[in-house]
Design a protein around this ligand. Structure first.
Ligand code: SF4
Length: 500
């Protein structure tokens, strides 16, 4: 039996399992405190939140690596400031320069994450989707300045634009950028306090609450989503598609075009990464290995072949991301290799149709939005469980939904993949998305496939953990992580890998 047949059979088995007599129902339920002689003193209660109105177009963003919070978001922030300045010609006329003050882990690890180049790119009018690695490389030349015109005035943007400010500055978000327009004496004429909130998202202090269009289907977590799905009789992908169209005011064709852009960028990232070798940019020698792992996997048999290939796909994209190539936030760039690895596997190894892959991507998006809304997808907030953990959960959901599994199995696959990343800290060595990030993507992909396999073969109605409870556990665990273990590069591997 080939793997595709196995996927179909697993789907059929899981559907049958729903009808098998199975004693006590355990589905999405939690265990009563009375089941324990010594309950923990606290218990989980679902909290109804506002409906999710973030479109998938904002979750899946194409942009240059290596980090969504430290590269894409700063690029978007600088672009936003530029657009705002364009509407302030009088202020701009009396100004002398623009400054970008970086705080928190943007200051601590921004050099490794190309934050300075991203700010320069945004200020000179670059867009994330088209800002490629070659341009980002050029922007790192500290001896050069880059001319640009804003509101009719010429500026020279360069290394002096960037101010590496305090790491601990007491702003409400760890990753803060204060964009400032200054006069000839360095006095601020205008400024905006921006927060990079993870996954390439940003907001600014005093930002008016955007008026979001109403989604067709209202849900704030997975349990509410399942109720909506049951009442409407709609599939995950149909619900996500209708909401995306309503939230963006677009039609089927636009949503399909975006999903295809995401899939194509992912597939290209694997293809490219499997051809490249050599040393990645950074202060220490870090050798690419995706091609070697892939070549060796092709020569191997059985499990080694499968595990090696899937790992190499994730390594390929993650290495490209570390080199500043275009990648997709899924949910972040640090975790940009996990979902593409599974997508590549589906397209070329499992021969899944493009239509089924789009549906899988919509289901993965559901999981990403639920995690982002009810916890976080930022390593600076909740550690790596929010990046690789969520990426793995999204990939497991993509596999399950594309294979035709019911919503319960898709949920269990996602919950299981996330659950087994709980507690994972974010401790990038030197602040570079190299160690442990690149290999971690491979493990995220492997766990996703394993979660999908277990979820689609166990009896769904006997499974205790549901996605909402695991997301709640991720949030609590993330809050308990000491700050140095949240993307500061000053703890864990970030210290133990550095010799004196
Ligand atoms: S350790 Fe994880 S969360 Fe931290 S930068 Fe790397 S991939 Fe992102």
């Amino acid at each position: 039996m080939d793997r595709r047949e196995a996927m179909k059979l697993a789907g059929a088995m899981a559907v049958c399992a729903e009808f098998w007599p199975c004693g006590r129902k355990a589905e999405a339920r939690g265990i009563s405190a009375s089941a324990f002689p010594d309950p923990p003193g606290r218990c989980y209660r679902a909290v109804a939140g506002a409906p999710i109105v973030t479109p998938l177009r904002d979750l899946y963003k194409v942009g240059p690596g290596p980090s969504s919070s430290h590269t894409i978001a700063p690029l978007r922030i600088a672009g936003n400031f530029r657009i705002w300045l364009d509407g302030q010609p009088d202020l701009v006329r009396s100004s002398a320069a623009i400054e970008a003050h970086l705080f928190g882990s943007l200051s601590a690890t921004g050099r490794g994450h190309r934050t300075d180049r991203a700010i320069i790119a945004g200020l000179i009018g670059q867009k994330p989707e088209t800002c490629d690695a070659a341009l980002m490389d050029a922007l790192g030349d500290a001896t050069r300045v880059f001319p640009t015109t804003i509101a009719g005035r010429d500026f020279h943007i360069g290394a002096s634009t960037i101010v590496w400010d305090k790491v601990d500055a007491g702003y409400p978000f760890a990753d803060t950028v204060v964009m400032r327009l200054v006069d000839g004496q360095g006095r601020a004429l205008a400024e905006r306090e921006y927060y990079s909130t993870g996954g390439g998202f940003f907001q600014w202090k005093g930002q008016p609450r955007p008026i979001s269009p109403e989604p067709v289907f209202r849900y704030s977590n997975m349990n509410e989503f399942k109720t909506v799905a049951a009442e409407s009789g709609q599939s995950i992908d149909a619900i996500m598609l209708e909401n995306e169209k309503a939230l963006l005011g677009v039609g089927d064709a636009e949503v399909t075009a975006h999903l295809d852009l995401v899939l194509d960028t992912m597939i290209r990232g694997v293809d490219l990464g499997l051809t490249e070798e050599g040393v990645l940019p950074g202060p220490f020698e870090f050798h690419r290995k995706a091609k070697r792992i892939h070549d060796r996997a092709l020569a191997a048999e059985g499990g080694d072949n499968f595990l090696g290939r899937l790992s190499s796909y994730a390594l390929a994209v993650s290495e490209g991301n570390a080199a500043g190539r275009l990648a997709v936030t899924a949910p972040t760039l640090g975790s940009a290799g996990t979902l593409p690895a599974v997508a590549y596997l589906m397209q070329y190894d499992l021969k899944v149709s493009r239509e089924a892959m789009r549906k899988g991507l919509l289901a993965a998006g559901l999981v990403g939005l639920i995690c982002k809304t009810n916890a976080s997808v930022a390593g600076a907030d909740v550690g790596c469980q929010g990046e690789i953990g969520v990426a793995s959960a999204m990939a497991a959901a993509m596999l399950a939904h594309a294979a035709g599994q019911p919503v319960e199995v898709t949920e269990i696959a996602a919950a299981m993949a996330l659950e087994h990343h709980l507690g994972m800290s974010c401790d990038p060595v030197g602040g570079f998305v190299l160690i442990p990030c690149i290999e971690r993507n491979a493990f995220g992909a492997l766990k996703a496939y394993n979660a999908y396999l277990i979820a689609s073969n166990e009896i769904a109605s006997q499974h205790w953990e549901d996605l909402d409870r695991v997301v709640a556990a991720m949030l609590e665990t993330g809050r308990a992580l000491p700050q140095p273990f949240r993307e500061m590069g000053t703890a864990g591997l970030g210290v133990s890998m550095v010799g004196c």
